[in-house]
Write a protein that binds this ligand. Sequence first.
Ligand code: ATP
Ligand code: MG
Length: 572
Amino acid sequence: MRRKVPQQNDVGEAGASASNFIRSIIASDIETGRTRVVVTRFPPEPNGFLHLGHAKSIVLNYELAREFGGRCNLRLDDTNPAKERVEYIDAIKRDVQWLGFDWAQGLHFASDYFEQLYAWACHLVRIGKAYVDDQSAHDVREGRGTLTSPGRNSPFRERSVEENAELLARMRAGEFRNGERVLRAKIDMASANLNLRDPVIYRILNASHPRTGTAWHIYPSYDFAHGQCDAIEGVSHSLCTLEFEDHRPLYDWFLDNLPVPSRPRQSEFARLSITHTVLSKRALTELVRDGHVAGWDDPRMPTLAGLRRRGVPPEAVRRFIRGVGVSRANSTVDDGVLEATIRDVLNERAPRRMAVLKPLKLTIENYPAGRIEEFDAPNHPTDPAFGRRAVRFSREVYIEQDDFHEAPPHGFRRLAPGREVRLRYAYLVTCHGVVKDAAGRVVELRCAYDPDSRGRASAGGRKVAATIHWVSAVDALPAEVRLYGRLFSAAIPSPTDLAADLDPHSMQTLRGCLVERVTASDPHGQALQFERQGYFTHDDESRPERLVFNRTASLRESPGKPPTAHLDLLRK
Ligand code: ATP
Ligand code: MG
């Protein structure tokens, strides 16, 4: 077989997404001389696995940087050791690479800058723009006010520079308990923007950090870390999702008030949402924690690890993301768009195999016992580069239970008593007997083959209405096959009661399936089309002595779905 699993980092497929407003911003910044080198970053927090929403951010950031001849950093935003783990850091690196991007130009951690960030906090204290607040978290929150009422100044707001400096140093030294004090920026408690009402910039957290261990007892807030990390790395364009739009004035306030080495610019775009899917680490963490799925890489999960395990090629994810585009309007994409993209990519690259998921034995009574013939079958219907393989045929073969009907309803064209069908690549066979078990179920078919029909569509002027797939007793290996459907039956799962919206039939395990022997040596990661069944791939657990396949996608959209599943603006 010539086609191989796609190589890592093969993102050479044609052009990035169509034009978008962020590209226009960058182009104009270059034209006016504001930006000389385009630097972007993808800044995941290592508190879970990456999902399709992150893929949108990855593709956007990496492709814009490449398009403008710049670079994109992978920056782990590891400022909250309470939730972050080395396991997640490793998974993020693996998944970014799988998606085809790499961080050769920059792998950074917010924790690399802890010393600098702390120095800048001290700077704010020195210029009278930050203070240590002894209020409880509850009182800080209460004092913030609401959208309609202004906040209240903290009783600690007017502390002297000296006292603030000393308390901050003691916070760092670990002299206080968690939550006992915070450092706040001194901005404006009456601001219409709640983010500017003296936001917390350092909190006490006596926790061990995956990278800095116990060196720190205080950790910077997201808002205090993010823009400054961007500035340290020379990021020119800091792209984030719309919920950070209200944080932009704060992002800019820090850059205005600190001696940062560069001036990044934040732009916001709409998050990716997909029907029947949740794209939030909080929700996905809950699914894993509560055992609704087998883990972060459960093939039903919208995580990159789950998609990979299910057999989705990274190219399909990139194509999907490019197709969705980038805008400032929140919208929800129909999950059929993702499935259709996956199917298109798999159709191009999956060698064909035969597999019988629900076997029914068929004995060809006029075929000599012990005789074995080999049929030459193409691995792909249109692309000869996939090569060919030999399929072995014998007196006993297995067909799909669904391809036989004892009393065929109108319109059923496949096998039935007295009917003739073609066994793909092999012979025409006619059914003339049915064997049943004690319960009356059909357990075996008795057939005769036409020796003159070898490899032909018709014989003796007779036409057959159907061609069905099969595996022979001498070429079949047992396998387990896992079929996946949507994890959620609700189009928009409820964020507050995920469990209620789960589809109880999202996974079906078929045992006693039979696959062509050659599939045992098809490499893991290789997409396969089981003819007439769909696209499959070896599960990570699959072993030569115990084959397990995951269905990546069916061949067609499931019935009952609208035929044109395109961008569906379900909510604004
Ligand atoms: P989640 O909501 O899943 O917890 P997050 O924003 O907290 O996501 P981060 O690890 O902080 O996760 O995000 C890293 C980057 O990915 C951020 O720039 C964030 O804006 C972006 N991102 C996260 N979810 C989406 C999404 N659904 N669509 C587009 N970008 C996203
Ligand atoms: Mg976040």
